[in-house]
Design a protein around this ligand. Structure first.
Ligand code: AMP
Length: 283
């Protein structure tokens, strides 16, 4: 497995592959890899000659400097985990910020038809400008034919789709299902920061989402939301930041159920200072 720190070396390696069809897959990550990330890489390996896994903690998408500072950086064990796939078609791009950004390490400002103002956009100001900037830069550096994103960050996936539509990149965006631990907790690089006591209670998040899905069969979005709020109201360790039932395409909150529109429930919860997100398809 090759590991590149500099884009010019990576680009030299990719030059020959670039001319083939469906040749280059990209899986952008911030490292601290787990099986959820590997599932994206495995899917990408099926469709492409080579798969570039970028490992880069993008500073411009953090609205909270503490979160940026505490974000796990584990390149050695990330490489070991990727090695377990035993596939020489994986290429790692693990750059410094100066390699990904041209002059200044700042986010561009984007407009995504309002997708950027909902949910994560409301609670993490500027987050999606940072995400879109780094994804756009990675697309320009790597020029992938296919790029893979997890439904774990469903809003991000929809925003990347919109980015491609707006900018005209000729890249297929492929959404991949959420990988979970046996107790239902969505795999996340942040889970490693939980204490044992916190880890024991966090499966409550997905359990609540699953019950919300059942309730959505007979109740209104508003009734389900009120029920979820009441479930978290007196929880000792979990603080609900938001629960929203939204239209999958517009990401706007659903007021009235309509069979034609696909809905999804989205949740963000603080466990101490660790912030976890999850979502579930409803219909
Ligand atoms: P991150 O390193 O957290 O920025 O994630 C990199 C990519 O992996 C994103 O597209 C995420 O949505 C995806 N991802 C993270 N966790 C999971 C998971 N549990 N299941 C599937 N995809 C995931």
């Amino acid at each position: 497995m090759r590991v590149y720190k500099l884009k010019q070396d990576l680009q030299a390696h990719l030059k020959k592959v670039l001319e083939l069809q469906n040749a280059i897959g990209l899986v952008p990550t911030m490292g601290a890899l787990h099986q959820g990330h590997l599932s994206l890489v495995t899917t990408a390996l099926k469709d492409n000659e080579v798969v570039v896994v970028s490992i880069f903690v993008n500073p411009t998408q953090f609205n909270n400097q503490n979160d940026l500072h505490n974000y796990p950086r584990t390149l050695d064990s990330d490489l070991k985990l990727l090695e377990t796939l035993k596939n020489s078609n994986i290429i790692v791009y693990a750059p410094e910020a100066s390699d990904v950004y041209q002059d200044e390490i700042t986010a561009q400002s984007f407009s995504f038809d309002g997708l950027e103002h909902e949910m994560e956009g409301e609670f993490r100001k500027g987050h999606f400008n940072g995400v879109a900037t780094v994804v756009k830069n990675l697309f320009e550096i790597i020029k992938p034919h296919n790029a893979y994103f997890g439904e774990k960050d469903f809003q991000q996936l929809q925003i990347v789709r919109k980015l491609v539509e707006i900018t005209g990149f000729d890249i297929n965006i492929i959404g991949c299902p959420i990988l979970r631990e046996n107790d239902g907790l969505a795999m996340s690089s942040r889970n490693g920061r939980l204490t044992q006591e916190q880890r024991n209670v966090v499966p409550f998040i997905y359990k609540t989402l699953k019950t919300a899905k059942v309730k959505f069969g007979t109740k209104s979005a508003n009734e389900v939301s009120e029920w979820v709020k009441s479930e978290f109201a007196n929880h000792k360790l979990l603080a609900l930041e938001y629960f929203t039932i939204a239209n999958e395409t517009t990401l706007k909150p659903v007021k009235r159920k309509n069979k034609q529109n696909k809905c999804r429930a989205f949740i963000a919860v603080f466990v101490g200072d660790v912030r976890l997100i999850d979502n579930i398809e409803l219909n």
